[in-house]
Design a protein around this ligand. Sequence first.
Ligand code: URA
Length: 243
Amino acid sequence: MMRLDKLLSHAGWGSRKQVRELIRKGRVQVNGQTVRKDDLHVDELQDQVTVEDKQVSAPKEIVLMLHKPAGVVSAIRDDRYPTVMDCVGTLPGSLFPVGRLDRDTTGLLLITNNGALAHDLLAPKKHVEKTYEVVLKKDWDPRWQTAIEQGLTIDQGEVCRSAHVCQKDTRKILLTLHEGKYHQVKRMMLACDNEVAQLKRIRFGPLMLDETLAPGQWRFCSEAEIRALKQGRSQEERQKRIV
Ligand code: URA
């Protein structure tokens, strides 16, 4: 969603002041209806916006994959640290990260201008799978496997959803979660009498981290990848209807 005056201005119809004049004069229509509120929020990807019958082209949908480096925060702005948006540089439209990784976590982070897609990918009830490569400070004790699969209790009784562990090395596991609690992997490892030394997200839903991207590098997601992200959503919707 985006303010109507911002959308018109970004689409080249003039400064904010000029486009507000257009709106007040009744020259702008949203889905065929004349609107006079410049602070109206429109869905730039769904709503039909016209200025006296001329189509206002919506900003293109952007979804990109960043290999987040350590040391940057998953925010649009920050007073103290560089942000993931600094990695991406200047692109048209209002982009934002899909969820958060801790400052010291590396790996796959999606960045988009599609608010509805981001919302769906993050909705707790969608259970989008995320896989983390976890390097541990102590050897992995496989006796924790069952507890993790059944739903580990962390901190003061917070119960995690069932997760999946695959041991890769004495001090390395792959952990797949279906939710995204605050500092979840770190808190789960503390509950398993261990501690995270390094954390990297290697999968988000249907997408694997593109290992040709060095930390700090990004690329646009392909149409097939965007379709897969959206299909994940609609598959969940279909399943809900069947059950
Ligand atoms: N779990 C964490 O503890 N940190 C992250 O950045 C992501 C998942």
